[in-house]
Ligand binder design. Structure first.
Ligand SMILES: *Cc1c(COP(=O)(O)O)cnc(C)c1O
Length: 406
């Protein structure tokens, strides 16, 4: 493995040169959104300047080029995920829309009393779509508990299954605790009980290799903006036979076979689930983000991010009154914490004054906050371009903030 050249990587992200409140930006809010490298932004402007035309409908050259760019990206995503077919790769607006698609469409096949299993650590976007389905269909939602270190209780998970369990929807990596859930093991058990598995991959996709077949999952959702790609685009992977059996999610152009007032037929996969003009430029540029990640390689990414995590965790543990939430073995590079009785918001504001961007609040995971008896945390999360020097500055800033708020 060649040496990890973080200086070279940082040069690809012009935003990292800017100042915030007169201080060099230290961006530690990667769990909310990652920054975008020049190659991706250049691709987007190139497409706008040279190739912009609506996809699929046109016979003219520009439309055909735009269609080819989007479809070639779909093939990129298929390969990246290890899926069997491009029919299984649906472009959506992101993780949220992907999960809503599954809950709405697959949900239509469920009946009153059917059960869906979620976990206590889910993001709201993997809770609320199922609650909407609960209101429409009278399904029952069951929840896997999390222990004090942030690990799912797998005995409790297995005990939640019944004759009526139809689907498990679980996050691969917690956006708050950093816990990496044993999704393959959970999927194997779910399948042995006749249930399907949907995975929220928003926090996994940029940090570890994902192979949907090795994981053995039925649906997999993620967002491009959390993997160095453009905003407004994301993916739903679904097994072809399931997608084929599911009704359309939205109606409109592109998703139809033939429309008439006496009855309309649907398009083949994947278009059945892509009503309306997609963000075809975002979809095309997602391929560049995948290339960028693969150019560095997941082994190198994981080693770098874990070194940052280890260094930060050790130094933070030595700060008086600082408590870390989420200490699961093998966790991802996300650190949620609180300093003594200081409000998470005050900590966030003071760090921002020092140029350090962290997230504060409930992180769209209010049930998890309730589980830990808190309203929110401060969260620092690391990515490919963060450095050990940035971690040191962050720690120094935390010590100052802790002293001020003590
Ligand atoms: C960010 C995030 C989501 C939602 O992603 P969107 O891009 O806002 O749709 C869902 N789940 C997890 C774990 C996340 O981190």
């Amino acid at each position: 493995m060649k040496a990890y050249d973080v200086t070279a990587i940082r040069k690809d992200f012009p935003i990292l040169d800017r100042k915030v409140n007169g201080k060099p930006l230290i961006y530690l809010d990667n769990t909310a959104s990652t920054q975008t490298p020049r190659a991706v932004v250049d691709d987007i402007s190139h497409l706008y300047y040279t190739q912009k035309a609506n996809v699929h409908r046109g016979v003219h050259c520009l439309s055909q080029e735009a269609t080819a760019a989007m479809e070639s990206s779909r093939e990129h995503v298929r390969r990246f995920l290890g899926a069997d077919s491009v029919d299984e790769i649906i472009f959506t607006r992101g993780t949220t829309e992907s999960i809503n698609l599954v809950a709405s469409s697959y949900g239509q096949l469920l009946e009153t009393g059917d059960e869906v299993i979620l976990t206590e650590m889910e993001h709201h976007s993997n809770i609320v779509p199922w609650q909407l389905l609960q209101q429409r269909k009278g399904i029952v939602i069951k929840v896997v508990p999390v222990d004090d270190s942030g690990v799912l209780d797998l005995d409790a998970y297995r005990a939640l299954f019944s004759e009526r369990t139809r689907l498990v929807s679980v996050t691969q990596v917690s956006n708050v605790l950093g816990t990496v859930n044993p999704v393959a093991e959970m999927a194997e058990y779910a399948h042995s009980r006749g249930a399907l598995v949907c995975v929220d991959g928003a926090q996994a996709i940029a940090h570890m290799p994902v192979d949907v077949k090795a994981l053995g999952v039925d649906f997999y959702a993620f967002s491009s903006h959390k993997m160095y790609g453009p905003t407004g685009i994301g993916i739903l992977y679904g097994r072809r036979e399931l997608l084929n059996a599911m009704p359309p999610y939205q109606g409109g152009g592109e998703m139809i076979g033939h429309v008439s007032f006496s009855g309309t037929t649907w398009a083949e996969l994947p278009y059945k689930f892509e009503a309306g003009t997609p963000d075809y430029i975002g979809a095309a540029a997602l391929a560049q983000a995948i290339d960028y990640i693969e150019g560095i390689g997941f082994d190198a990414i994981a080693a770098h991010e874990h070194a940052l995590l280890k260094h930060a965790t050790e130094a933070m543990s030595a700060i008086d009154g600082l408590r870390i939430y989420g200490t699961a073995p093998g966790k991802s590079a996300v650190i949620s914490f609180l300093i003594s009785n200081a409000h998470h918001y005050d900590t966030g504001i003071l760090l921002d004054q020092l140029g350090i961007a962290v997230r504060t609040g409930h992180h769209c995971a209010q049930p998890l906050m309730e589980r830990f008896g808190i309203e929110g945390t401060v969260r620092a999360s690391f990515a490919i371009y963060n450095t050990l020097e940035e971690v040191d500055k962050f720690i120094e800033a935390l010590r100052r903030v802790a002293a001020m708020l003590a």
